[in-house]
Design a protein around this ligand. Structure first.
Ligand SMILES: O=C(O)CCC(=O)C(=O)O
Length: 326
């Protein structure tokens, strides 16, 4: 590499490094808003996504459900466990989640929304930070069938992630319609992002639980929780160690939200989770992926498919061309 080119690389990485400076305002967020996030592990911002954009995502969701638009092969289409048990076909009323929409251009445009990415950079880096969309979901919480399977147990998203530091990852979760306690809004326990990653496992729920909806094992049900009620287009940004979940949908309609977990690409690194409770979960995810060779471009040597590979394969850069980190 030419000397000057190498200098530029060093300069670029220095400029992008250093985590978050919590004592200055961000490009979009005020100092108070940044400090609120740092203290509580979440912040809700009104009106991040326009109604036009939300309508585009809803239309694309319906087109995928009706099969008038072919979904990319890498996208996972999941049924709610209560419908799965009854053997019901996949349609807009039984599909509970579209996951990994990195190759679906309409839905992925959500991850590139500048209002969101500016806030993300304020909270996990600085205006120059390169960011990576790690995990994408459109969640279509169905009206509960009475078995309470529409609940999402209290958990920490970091459970699913083999990269660190956790402070440089964030979820943006946008309400696609009005979301209240009645239709199953997010519930958070402020400040829990300052603690450790807790052990997780399947909750012991009579009606069953959706695949990979893990719960914090020793969750204290008396923890001081908050209900995050939102209007369509509002977005809550939250830390991957924040205890959170969502209640049953006791309304007669579906409750839609779209989300993306972003990581600071410049400063995050994969870690080895061997010997931790994440190891078992990582193996389950790898097994699931190996069962679907039609969906993933698996390497010839299947030994190469480990927890890290599953995320490298599914994550997508947002506005940068890096290939080396995440
Ligand atoms: O959308 C929901 O109801 C909860 C989503 C959530 O907590 C998650 O996917 O981690």
């Amino acid at each position: 590499m030419l000397r000057s080119a190498r200098f530029l690389v060093v300069l670029q990485s220095k400029r992008n490094a250093g985590g978050v400076n919590w004592s200055i305002p961000g490009k979009v967020l005020s100092l108070e808003q940044k400090q609120f996030y740092n203290k509580n592990g979440f912040i809700m911002i009104k009106n991040c996504v326009s109604q036009e954009d939300l309508a585009k995502y809803t239309t694309r969701f319906n087109e995928i459900c009706k099969k008038t638009v072919k979904p990319p092969k890498t996208m996972l289409i999941m049924k709610d466990v209560s419908f799965a048990k009854q053997g019901k076909k996949k349609n807009h009323a039984t599909i509970t989640k579209l996951q990994d929409f990195g190759d679906e251009p309409v839905l992925f445009s959500y991850c590139e929304n500048l209002k969101i990415t500016d806030i993300v950079r304020d909270l996990i880096g600085n205006p120059q930070t390169n960011i990576q969309a790690m995990h994408t979901m459109l969640i279509n919480k169905p009206p509960d069938t009475g078995k309470l399977t529409s609940r999402h147990p209290m958990h920490q998203d970091l459970t699913y992630f083999p990269w660190r530091p956790s402070d440089l990852t964030i979820c943006a979760w946008t309400a696609m319609e009005k979301i209240t306690r009645k239709n199953g809004c997010l519930t958070v326990v402020p400040g829990t992002h300052k603690g450790k990653l807790m052990e997780h496992g399947y909750p012991d729920w009579e009606g069953g639980v959706n695949e990979a909806y893990y719960a914090i094992k020793d969750y204290d049900v008396n923890s001081p929780r908050e209900y995050v009620e939102m209007d369509a287009g509002d977005t809550v940004f939250f830390h991957p160690k924040l205890f959170h979940g969502s209640g049953a949908n006791r309304s007669s309609g579906f409750r839609k939200a779209i989300s993306c977990h972003y990581a600071n690409y410049d400063e995050s690194k994969y870690i080895d989770v061997s010997g931790t409770f994440q190891e078992k979960l990582g193996k389950q995810i790898v097994d699931l992926i190996l069962k679907h060779p039609e969906r993933y471009d698996l390497p010839e040597d299947k030994e190469k498919v480990d927890f890290e590979w599953t995320w490298r394969f599914r994550s997508r850069p947002v506005g940068h061309k890096g290939k080396d980190n995440l």
